[in-house]
Design a protein around this ligand. Structure first.
Ligand SMILES: Cc1cc2nc3c(=O)[nH]c(=O)nc-3n(C[C@H](O)[C@H](O)[C@H](O)COP(=O)(O)O)c2cc1C
Length: 189
């Protein structure tokens, strides 16, 4: 890769687009951290390079949603060993469950993906190991009609990126640049 700031910006866009579209990319499942010092793996569903926004899907009842509603600061961490690149993002989150975007994301999800939202809220206590799903749907593909009550538990988590820190590992010397406020600048690794 040519080592210019323009090339770094293009590389970030290339990697985040690939992360969203290629389920085999290690960047498809980044770590998403919230202001309560908690972090979890989430599947990246989309990256919009025009608005620098990431889209994730979540259960609207998940503990992270309550945390995000109090403090919208989010960190998203990506690493691809083969690409030798780490991408560290800071951004601001918003949760949407009733907007056209949330509805479209719901419609585009498979029945098996939507089945997750039929169950109990994430994090409920159980005496025995449990999927949280009702017994009738365990191992089954639910019908559209059966999925209707799940819709209200589904939300999209949108993270608008404010800074993106790109770190490239190289035996010739690592390289690091940060992209924020519409500008890209070099940093020491
Ligand atoms: C490979 C993998 C992918 C996951 N994808 C998602 C996801 O897209 N959305 C999500 O809310 N949780 C996802 N999870 C579960 C989260 O890591 C987390 O356990 C769950 O969302 C509850 O998080 P919370 O207690 O912080 O709300 C995934 C877990 C794994 C291991």
């Amino acid at each position: 890769m040519e080592c210019t700031l323009e090339a770094v910006k293009a590389d970030i866009i290339r990697l985040l687009k690939k992360a969203a579209s290629d389920r085999n990319s290690p960047m498809h499942t980044p770590v998403v951290a919230t202001a309560d010092a908690d972090a979890r793996i989430m599947v990246l569903r989309e990256f919009d390079p025009n608005t620098w926004t990431l889209r994730f899907h979540t259960d609207a009842r998940a503990p992270k949603v309550e945390v995000l509603e109090k403090d919208a600061a989010v960190g998203v961490l990506f690493y691809d060993k083969a690409e030798k690149v780490q991408i560290r993002c800071r951004g601001t989150a918003r949760i949407e469950s009733e907007t056209p975007l949330a509805e479209q994301a719901w419609q585009e999800s498979s029945a098996f993906a939507r089945r997750c939202y039929l169950g109990a809220p994430p994090g409920e206590k159980r005496d025995n190991p449990s999927s949280g799903l009702p017994e009738w749907v365990e191992g089954e593909r639910p019908t559209e009609e059966q999925l209707e009550p799940a819709r209200e538990n589904f939300a999209v988590l949108l993270v608008t990126l404010e800074s993106v820190d790109w770190y490239y590992l190289s035996t010739d010397g690592h390289r690091r640049a940060v992209f924020d406020d519409g500008k890209c600048r070099w940093l020491t690794p």
